[in-house]
Design a protein around this ligand. Structure first.
Ligand SMILES: [Zn+2]
Length: 82
């Protein structure tokens, strides 16, 4: 019997916020993303191995790592803008 294990990386956009980028200096959309690495068995995701959050500038593409609390603040800010 052959078991096929592997990992799958996914990126999810959690929120989009606007502010002046620290790197490029433009007032551009900043995407708050979540990266997940999941263990797969026969290409079916079983559980999450690692999870990280980052802020990605839509103008220059630079990334800044975020904490869960910063992500929660970004989601609250986005919800308040609707
Ligand atoms: Zn930028």
């Amino acid at each position: 019997m052959i078991l096929l294990f592997g990992t799958r990386a996914t990126v999810t956009v959690l929120a989009t916020v606007w502010f002046v980028c620290h790197f490029c200096g433009f007032d551009a959309a900043q995407k708050v993303i979540e990266r997940r690495n999941r263990l797969t068995l026969f290409w079916i995701p079983l559980f999450t191995l690692s999870r990280s959050f980052a802020n990605v500038c839509s103008n220059c593409g630079r990334e800044v790592p975020l904490t869960r609390e910063q992500v929660a603040n970004a989601e609250r800010w986005e919800a308040s803008q609707r």
